[in-house]
Write a protein that binds this ligand. Structure first.
Ligand code: ATP
Length: 612
């Protein structure tokens, strides 16, 4: 069944000019930084201020450690009390300045975080609006929602709680290294070699950890989609007593997650652990060498103490840096999943020189169209048909015959693999999707209503519709009387997916939504299936009255709707097997006549064709 409702909502092109770089395996840290940099460009000043704050903090931190040498060698040992007071005073003032700057910096980072979160979510949302129905058939809603929430949050956390502090640590390490050389170059060279080993050792594990992090995020996305499916399927689960079965399935999925989780987290821990252990070894070595040098009076006591303090600080910075790595790895995996959605290429796209499709004036034509949803999946084959403007065309046929597929092609939810769909001789592929869909009002069997008022739901069909137009459409859809009988009338909220209304009421609101835009082509895809025969007859009579020169295309199993059709298309296994009007088709005594007799033979439900 056609799943979507066409509305006038703007189709927004994504603002981000994303590189279509192929992501083979997991995203590298470099690619992560490059991608995230695009989002930081509008906030250059915030980035600059954050970096300035980091430099100030780390510069002060290292200066404080090195000041120990001055305090010992220049003030305490030579008993220079004035210098001691001066150094302590300067340190005090420095602490106050750094504290104020840090607090302001924290505030900035918080604001910055939410701006970035919003930007990424907005670009994801905008991209999703441009994607074709093929994407929504392929990716589960829960997984995509997980991408919007958890993955984007991981990116934000990795940037502001991970990368920002990692830069602070690296800058501390840099300042400490400079001061180490200032104190004693020989010891500093030894420390630098140790530091290089500490940093290089985990890099081999880093790639594996990022890969594993991505796998973990993928599995978590699947779990989110299972939860989402479970939530929306509760009535089926309860009536068929599937609770235990689904709980077991969920437990199996969680069990399958365990090794992936353990692998990913253990690799993250290794990335953390390797440098800290190596650094500890290096520190013991440097202490030994430094102590021997001091013993031989090659360096002063102040230098040794200051050097060790700097080295301990450096160790702490390294420790903190490695603790931040798992956060960054998580963020990289999250960013990759976000990019997967952002880099999705819509299957149906407007041509660069797409023209505006003029309003239908003669006919819709399918010219030897072939379409399959996927290899070895259903669709239509060698399909040719004509629907004249103003015609009342009805498609009938067994379930799975391809009736809704025709609607999917007509509305360009999908493009044919061969052949053409023509409006007045113009291939719809040459026209903008918007200009095509603006002529169409669609009501499908799976009615989709938004969680807002009845009025707004109807207005979704035409955003500029006045209250009067909304009510006229509601009257035509035979729903007005019901709406005004509600305490809040048109302002009544319909609930999530219209859950606070009956199936028939939802269908009638969807019909009003399609009618309010006064479409040149009205498509009803099993749109009256949930209505009682009287309401259905009333709606069909109204449609006949208001149709005028409107083209009405109906897909139905209620074969009586075909009685007054200008053209009936009988479909079977992706082909049109019969075409004509009721009497002609009855004379042919083919599938249509069979369906008709079948429908009438059914005493319990005379209106419904049972399709096999
Ligand atoms: P019904 O009367 O039951 O709604 P239909 O005649 O409208 O059936 P279609 O919905 O057009 O049939 O489906 C035609 C074929 O295409 C079926 O075999 C169906 O399984 C397949 N199909 C429909 N939608 C998809 C999809 N999104 N992905 C893959 N296959 C699909």
């Amino acid at each position: 069944m056609t799943q979507a409702v066409i509305s006038d909502l703007e189709i927004v092109e994504p603002e981000q000019d994303l590189e279509q770089e192929q992501l083979d395996g997991s995203m590298s840290l470099w690619n992560f930084l490059k991608t995230i940099a695009k989002y930081l460009v509008p906030y250059k000043w915030l980035v600059f201020l954050t970096l300035a704050r980091i430099l100030l903090e780390s510069g002060f931190d290292s200066s404080m450690r090195v000041s120990i040498k001055l305090v010992i060698d220049q003030a305490i040992v030579p008993q220079n009390y004035d210098l001691l007071l001066l150094i302590l005073g300067l340190l005090g003032v420095g602490v106050v300045i750094v504290a104020i700057v840090s607090l302001l910096g924290d505030y900035l980072i918080t604001r910055f975080g939410v701006l970035l979160l919003n930007d990424i979510r907005q670009s994801l949302f905008d991209r999703v609006q441009t994607l074709s129905m093929e994407f929504f058939g392929r990716r589960s809603a829960g997984d995509v929602v997980n991408c919007f929430l958890a993955d984007v949050e991981k990116v934000e956390t990795s940037l502001f709680s991970g990368l920002a502090f990692a830069v602070l640590d690296l800058s501390n390490i840099l300042f400490s290294a400079i001061f180490l050389f200032y104190l004693d170059w020989r010891l500093a060279i030894a420390a630098s070699i140790g530091l290089a080993i500490c940093t290089l050792l985990p890099s081999s594990v880093l790639k594996k950890a990022t890969d594993a992090g991505f796998q973990l995020r993928q599995q978590e996305g699947q779990i989110a989609s299972v939860v989402q499916e479970n939530l929306v399927s509760q009535s089926v689960i309860k009536i068929f007593g599937l609770e235990q079965r689904l709980s077991n399935d969920f437990a199996t999925r969680l069990t399958a997650l365990q090794p992936v989780y353990t692998h990913a987290r253990f690799l993250s821990c290794l990335v953390q652990r390797i440098p800290t252990l190596t650094f500890l070894l290096m520190q013991v070595f440097i202490l030994g060498v430094g102590a021997v040098m001091t013993y031989h009076q090659w360096i002063s006591v102040g230098t040794l103490v200051s050097f060790q303090t700097l080295l301990i600080g450096l160790n702490l910075n390294l420790l903190s840096f490695t603790y931040l790595l798992p956060l960054i790895i998580d963020g990289t995996a999250g960013m990759q999943r976000v990019c997967e959605v952002l880099e999705e290429i819509p299957h149906v796209q407007d041509a660069p020189d797409a023209m505006t499709l003029p309003t239908l004036s003669q006919e819709i034509q399918f010219e030897t169209v072939r379409f399959n949803y996927a290899e070895s999946r259903g669709g239509v084959e060698h399909l040719s048909l004509r629907i004249r403007k103003g015609d009342f065309a009805v498609f009938v046929g067994p379930s799975g015959a391809g009736k809704s597929t025709i609607i999917n092609l007509l509305t360009r939810f999908y493009d044919p693999q061969a052949g053409r769909v023509l409006f007045d001789g113009v291939d719809v592929k040459q026209c903008s999707q918007r200009s095509l869909r603006s002529q169409i009002g669609l009501v499908s069997q799976d009615v989709i209503l938004f969680n807002t008022s009845i009025r707004e739901n109807i207005q979704m069909g035409c955003l500029d519709a006045s209250d009067e137009q909304v009510e006229t459409a509601a009257k035509a859809a035979e729903i007005h009387d019901f709406v005004v009988s509600l305490p809040q009338g048109y302002e009544t909220k319909v609930g999530d997916r219209g859950g606070q209304l009956s199936g028939g009421q939802r269908q009638r609101i969807a019909l009003a939504r399609a009618l309010v835009r006064n479409p040149a082509i009205l498509i009803l895809d099993e749109a009256t299936s949930a209505l009682d025969p009287i309401t259905e007859a009333e709606i069909l009579a109204t449609l006949e009255r208001i149709s005028g020169d409107r083209t009405v295309i109906v897909v139905t199993h209620r074969i009586r709707q075909a009685l007054h059709a200008d053209t009936i298309f009988v479909m079977e296994k992706g082909h049109i097997v019969e075409t004509g009007q009721h009497q002609e088709l009855m004379h042919q005594n083919g599938l249509y006549a069979q369906l008709w007799r079948w429908s009438h033979a059914n005493a319990q439900d005379r209106d419904r064709v049972i399709c096999v």
